[in-house]
Structures are given as structure tokens and as C-alpha cells.
Write a protein that binds this ligand. Structure first.
Ligand SMILES: NC(=O)C1=CN([C@@H]2O[C@H](COP(=O)(O)OP(=O)(O)OC[C@H]3O[C@@H](n4cnc5c(N)ncnc54)[C@H](OP(=O)(O)O)[C@@H]3O)[C@@H](O)[C@H]2O)C=CC1
Ligand SMILES: CC(=O)[C@@H](O)[C@H](O)COP(=O)(O)O
Ligand SMILES: [Mn+2]
Length: 383
């Protein structure tokens, strides 16, 4: 039996984890559930899973949960200290990191520091602080098992292989909802258009990231850290059907691909059960009916991907700045405050306004993140 702490239990990934725990109750126990603000869904999950500890983002949320009566006999925590206590709980074996954005960084780092196995969905943690998180994981002997579908694919293709034999990581991208749309109409894109992902059903922030191709850019940086591969050895290939989840090319010309239908339960279950596989029995792709395409990404229409490659090459605090500016820009687009093409413009201008430097420590990164948010916000206000 594995005791889990599910950070971000009320989100798209979190709800899939809850489904898996309910399907395999003899293998997994949700000892800790950590939500953001969704008290109602957390209450429902508590009734089903009977956790021992729950966490909400604010004291008001924690009080609302307590007043509802749903938390009888359950320890209720809140805020940063609550998430960190949850992620380091002595009886937890595996922490599922599925909070969205840089908000997931501190509990993810705390989990690794406490020696917990990490099932990592929160790619922003690695984008912001991969240079600190990976050495800490090595020092603590912690396994980081990727939940992100591309990284799960690469992880599976690399299993049993020698790192020195890897020629390229080939990350697939769906291309998002605007893959074939002409740039001249990008100003007309509404949030609901950008949220309509063609193949995956995901949370709001990552859906917008997929539409700008920033998701793939973040994933390039995530892959660099997870697999200790230089950015020059990572390529992005657009594959609109999302059946090939990613590929690895080896020095002999062999290319290994991992495939399956676009359903996150596959990658989540593997991260929880590795090196075993759970009898999930997801439907197989219908290969005889499939018209699988691959094409190059268009960096002219989707500049976010180029910005992320540049930040990866530059290193220092730039990946953290890229991420912070992107979070601000995506939120502003979702609120209708900026048009779609302005997302990449804001990120580029925030990077240009930042003097890059080597990362000293976590404090330094948090400061770079805060400064970038300020810069991006003031650029929005100045229009
Ligand atoms: N969805 C997917 O298929 C995939 C997601 N990922 C990654 O997984 C992570 C989660 O994505 P996804 O599930 O789509 O996101 P969602 O927006 O669906 O869920 C986000 C979760 O984080 C919680 N949360 C949000 N803000 C905070 C905060 N400030 N403090 C604490 N908790 C917070 C939310 O709580 P509440 O709702 O209660 O407020 C919710 O539980 C992201 O990093 C994403 O890039 C990676 C691959 C695929
Ligand atoms: C499911 C998953 O891992 C997402 O990151 C997905 O890959 C997003 O789709 P895009 O390929 O459109 O970014
Ligand atoms: Mn992905």
C-alpha cells in the first residue's frame, strides 16, 4: 500500500489521480489531499477517500470547510505552511505534484527535501528551479517520476538504455487549436477558442499554454532537467493526433516512440506504479483508422516556443522570468485584458527588461519570479 499526498487534488490531474486511487484501493491510499480554493469538490473527495489531512490555500477556505462539517476528525491546514506540512508528512510515501504554476514550487521542493518519491506534473517547478531541484533529488536519493505525457514517453523510451547513446529527444506537440489558423486573425481569438484543445482535456492555464506553444517550450526546459540533456539535443515535432506522446532517437539511427490514446490516466498510473504497470485497460488507438501526421512547428506564428528555447539556452534566471511573465500574461488573456498575440509580446518585453544572472539560491529565484511578475503587470497597465 502506498500512502499518497495529492497536491492539486481538485484540478484536472488531481481528479484523474483520485479516480485511479478509487480504482485501486488495495494499492493506494490518499492520506493527504491538498486543494486550492475549491472547498466543495474537496469535501466530495474527502467523503470518498477519507484522508487524514487536507489543505486549502487560505484560512477562509479552511474555516469554510470546518463550518461545513465535512472535516470531522480530519486535520485541516492552509497556506504555504500547510502545503509544506502535507508534502513532508511522515507517513506519506509518494507526493503527486499537481498544483498549477510556480505556486507548486515550494511544496515540491519540500517533498524532495524530505525524501518523498515525486510524481511530477507541475512542470513549472522544474522550469523555475530545475537547477536546484534535480541536484537536491540526487542528494536525497529521490525518484522523480514524470507525469507530463511527453516526459513519461521519453522516460519509457529511455528505460534500460545508456544515456550516452541518446542522439535526440523528440517532443511531440499537438499544435493546439490554432495550428492551421492564419496569423492575421489571431487578434480575434477569444479565451473560449483557446481553451478548446483539440485532443486533451486539461486545466485552463495549460490549455492556453498549448494554444501558444509555450507548453512545449516549458516542456523543453522540463526535459533538459529531468533527463540531463542539453537543449541542442531536444527537438519539437508537431503531431496533431497526440497518439505518439514523444520519441527518443539513438546514436545508431533507431527511434523509439511511446504511443497511446490521449488520456492522462496512462502517464499518471505509470508514475504511481513504476516499474509495474496497472491493469488500466485504456482503449488502444485505432491504428487502421488513424491518419498520423508530423510537421515542423511554426515559430513565426507561435513565438513563445522560440522564446522558451532562447531562455533555455541563456539559462540563469531567464527560465524563471519566462515562466512568471507567461503566468501573468495567460491570466490577463483569460480575463480579457490582453489579446492573444500580446501573450508572447509581454513575455519577450519582460525578458528584455531583465538583466540575466546566475542563480545563487532559491531566494534569488523567488525574487526573479516576483520582479518578472511586477514588470509584466506594469507592461499590461501601461497600455
Ligand atoms: N491537465 C493535464 O492534462 C496536464 C497537466 N500538467 C501540469 O499539471 C499541473 C496541473 O495542471 P491541471 O491539473 O491542468 O491544472 P488545474 O487548473 O486543472 O488544477 C490546478 C490545481 O492546483 C490548485 N491550485 C491552483 N492555484 C493554487 C495555489 N496558488 N496554491 C495551491 N493550489 C493551487 C487548484 O486548486 P482549486 O481548483 O481547488 O482552486 C487545482 O487543484 C500544471 O503544472 C500542468 O502544467 C502536465 C501535463 C498534463
Ligand atoms: C497531456 C500533456 O502532457 C499536455 O502537456 C499536452 O501535451 C498538451 O498538449 P500540446 O502538445 O498541445 O502542448
Ligand atoms: Mn505535456
Amino acid at each position: 500500500m502506498k500512502n499518497l499526498c495529492i497536491l492539486g487534488c481538485t484540478g484536472s490531474i488531481g481528479r484523474n489521480v483520485v479516480e485511479i486511487v478509487r480504482r485501486f484501493p488495495d494499492r493506494y491510499r490518499a492520506l493527504v489531499l491538498a486543494a486550492g480554493d475549491n472547498v466543495d469538490l474537496l469535501s466530495e473527495q474527502m467523503a470518498l477517500l477519507k484522508p487524514r489531512v487536507v489543505v486549502l490555500r487560505t484560512e477562509a477556505g479552511a474555516l469554510a470547510l470546518q463550518r461545513s462539517g465535512a472535516a470531522h476528525g480530519v486535520e485541516v491546514l492552509y497556506g504555504d505552511a500547510g502545503y509544506i506540512a502535507a508534502a513532508t508528512h511522515t507517513e506519506v510515501d509518494t507526493v503527486v505534484a499537481a498544483i498549477v504554476g510556480a505556486a507548486g514550487l515550494l511544496p515540491t521542493m519540500a517533498a524532495v527535501d524530505a525524501g518523498k518519491t515525486l510524481a511530477l506534473a507541475n512542470k513549472e517547478s522544474l522550469v523555475v528551479a530545475g537547477g536546484l531541484l534535480m541536484p537536491l533529488a540526487r542528494e536525497r536519493g529521490v525518484d522523480i517520476l514524470p507525469v507530463d505525457s511527453e516526459h513519461s514517453a521519453v522516460f519509457q523510451c529511455l528505460a534500460g538504455q545508456r544515456g550516452g547513446d541518446v542522439a535526440k529527444l523528440l517532443l511531440t506537440a499537438s499544435g493546439g487549436p490554432f495550428r492551421t489558423r492564419h496569423k492575421s486573425s489571431f487578434d480575434d481569438i477569444r479565451p473560449e477558442d483557446a481553451l478548446a484543445h483539440p485532443t486533451w482535456n486539461m486545466g485552463r492555464k495549460i490549455s492556453i499554454d498549448s494554444a501558444t506553444l509555450m507548453n512545449k517550450g516549458l516542456e523543453v526546459i522540463e526535459a533538459m532537467h529531468l533527463f540531463s540533456v542539453p537543449v541542442e539535443k531536444i527537438d519539437v515535432v508537431v503531431h496533431p493526433q497526440s497518439i505518439v506522446h514523444s520519441m527518443v532517437a539513438f546514436c545508431d539511427g533507431t527511434v523509439m516512440a511511446q504511443m497511446g490514446i490521449p488520456d492522462m490516466k496512462g502517464a499518471i498510473a505509470l508514475a504511481l506504479s513504476w516499474p509495474e504497470r496497472l491493469p488500466l485497460n485504456l482503449p488502444l488507438p485505432d491504428f487502421s483508422a488513424l491518419d498520423m501526421r508530423m510537421e515542423a512547428p511554426d515559430l513565426e506564428r507561435f513565438p513563445c516556443l522560440g522564446l522558451a528555447f532562447d531562455a533555455a539556452r541563456e539559462g540563469g534566471v531567464f527560465p524563471a522570468v519566462l515562466n512568471a511573465a507567461n503566468e501573468v500574461a495567460v491570466e490577463a488573456f483569460l480575463q480579457g485584458r490582453i489579446p492573444f498575440p500580446r501573450i508572447s509580446g509581454l513575455i519577450a518585453e519582460t525578458l528584455m527588461a531583465t538583466e540575466n544572472h546566475r542563480v545563487k539560491d532559491l531566494e534569488d529565484l523567488l525574487q526573479a519570479d516576483a520582479n518578472a511578475r511586477q514588470t509584466a503587470l506594469s507592461l499590461i497597465r501601461s497600455v
